[in-house]
Design a protein around this ligand. Sequence first.
Ligand SMILES: *Cc1c(COP(=O)(O)O)cnc(C)c1O
Length: 372
Amino acid sequence: MPSSNEQPIPAARPVIGEEEIEAAVRVLRSGRVVQGPEVAAFEEEFSALVDGRHCVAVNSGTSALHLLLMALGVGPGDEVIVPSFSFAASANVVRLVGADAVFVDIEPDGFSLDPAAVEAAITPRTAAIMPVHLYGHPAAMDRITAIAGKHGLAVVEDACQAHGAALNGTPVGAFGAGGTFSFYPTKNMHSLEGGMVTTADAETARTLRLLRNQGMETRYANEIVGANMRLTDVAAAVGRVQLGKLDGWTEQRIANAAYLTEHITAPNVVTPPVAPGARHVYHQYTVRVRGDRDAAMAKLTEAGVGNAVYYPTPIHRLKPYWEPDQKAGRSWDLPETEKAAAEVVSLPVHPSLGQGDLERIVAAVNALGENL
Ligand SMILES: *Cc1c(COP(=O)(O)O)cnc(C)c1O
């Protein structure tokens, strides 16, 4: 049990500090609240994180993915290769544009798409591959972009958990036809709600700008059918404050993770792998528990160490995917996905942890012992 003066350590801790509040109030007082100068500045500043690619701000990470698929012309009759081991949004957007999600397994020693399985899943209908940089670790982009190039497929990066992650020096969001980021409060940085699409292609960027605003660049001169996925200037102002702190927070996450990995010695707890050349930004610090996970989580909670499972149910087992597949007699063979869903537990790694918190997390994990 935590001693009486010890508060439980939360699994995540979104920051809404004085600077964020002041920025929001400043914009509210200005009267320019929707897709104005703050949004333009946020896009400009975020571009530095993705090798200078065009950035288009929208109202959520899900909208970013949705809009990017629309801009790339993915629709009915198309297949998009996605991991089942992800947040449902990754596959939901595929269905929202009328395409079919083709679920592919993750790597046995990681949490992102297995390139060999990706290649095996390509059909004449495949339009795009969507790697998800899960937990803040970059997917195997070198191999995935090579496969996509060989088959003439678009790569759509779901970087919603991976602000600032990189592989061999290239930042996520700068590999594919486009990338997407989320600014939901629990992400590595936030704008209350918000999202960003990144692309190297000016034409795609223009299409994205049209699509997020009813297909208009000039008011009432609608060029195409679009939606309203605009970001508010209040959100953008909060996002700009957070973006300014992202580097420091990321360094702190990486340092926290290094401490945990060095000190966790429980024999049935596997610390997160990092691929050669990868910059893992630890949106989550996710271990695999080889044993009774429910019991382990209960013990951690009892010791005041917040913990959570992302994600207990692979997407292909969620009702809107499972039921139609059952009806059609279709099934997916995803052993690594099933295994990960049964084993993973995320521990606190957020930048507000102190040394005492880290020591408590390590002590609680190591106390799980051998008999899980
Ligand atoms: C958070 C998240 C999204 C969606 O972002 P929202 O801003 O919540 O819409 C998509 N994919 C992944 C992997 C995410 O973690």
